[in-house]
Ligand binder design. Structure first.
Ligand code: SAM
Length: 221
């Protein structure tokens, strides 16, 4: 029987802290959330490795470091409402749920949204709402959001998402083509002015939808 607690501690000590993850709240969340439960049992022994893993439907759970840096850049203090586009396994939503008041997460593939909901319920994350839709439209009934995190590659900043970001809010979007992106921090200043800052290079599966990439023969669904 593997000791998942010590695997998580090792993940934090060897993958996150040496790369500059500093926020103690983010580190505690990464130490706490049982990442292995968000992948199929056959992959549990790889769940704390320094890489993404398949979750079915041609999609992935992101590398632990990517989850940590995106979370840290949101600068959550505890009272925020955060929107995630790309629920996938539900792991990133669980990490966010440890750090803010409410997480609204949207997944376009129904089977993934349902599986994520089950794991989040099993772990008691009652502050996470999951919806199956094209998330590039955002979630108007729940807007505005203090933070927005897009966990799929986007050609640009989806306009509805920026509109649904609070003034003073922070949004993270991997921007680029389908193969390579730059993690981009978008800040909405008072008055609605947009400031963008480039962070690290990254590789995400595409954000497919009205304000993302158009669906083609390569895509699931
Ligand atoms: N955050 C996830 C996790 O913790 O497991 C990983 C997300 S995975 C890299 C990207 C996800 O975005 C996929 O599950 C994909 O189906 C989803 N996706 C792509 N386009 C979308 C859209 N327009 N709306 C909602 N989800 C979308």
């Amino acid at each position: 029987m593997q000791n998942f607690d010590s695997m998580r501690k090792r993940m934090v000590e060897t993958q996150l802290i040496p790369r500059g993850i500093k926020d103690p709240r983010v580190i505690n969340a990464m130490l706490k959330v049982p990442r292995h439960l968000f992948v199929e049992e056959a992959l549990w022994n790889q769940a704390y490795g320094d890489h993404a893993l398949p979750i079915g439907e041609g999609q992935t759970i992101s590398q632990p470091y990517m989850v940590a840096i995106m979370t840290e850049l949101l600068e959550l203090k505890g009272a925020e409402k955060v929107l995630e586009i790309g629920t996938g396994s539900g792991y990133q939503a669980a990490v966010l749920a440890e750090l803010c008041a409410k997480v609204c997460t949207i997944e376009r593939i129904g089977a993934l949204g349902m599986r994520a909901r089950k794991v989040l319920d099993f772990l008691g994350y009652s502050n996470v709402a999951v919806r199956t839709l094209d998330g590039t439209y955002g979630w108007r009934d729940e807007a505005p959001f203090d933070g927005i995190i897009v966990t799929a590659a986007s050609p640009d900043i989806p306009r509805p998402l920026f509109e649904q970001l609070k003034e003073g809010g922070r949004m993270l979007v991997p921007i680029g083509d389908r193969y390579l992106q730059t993690l981009t921090l978008v800040i909405k200043k008072p008055g609605g002015q947009m400031i963008t800052k480039s962070s690290i290079g990254c590789v995400f599966v595409p954000l497919l939808g009205a304000y993302g990439f158009k669906l083609d023969g390569r895509d699931n669904g």
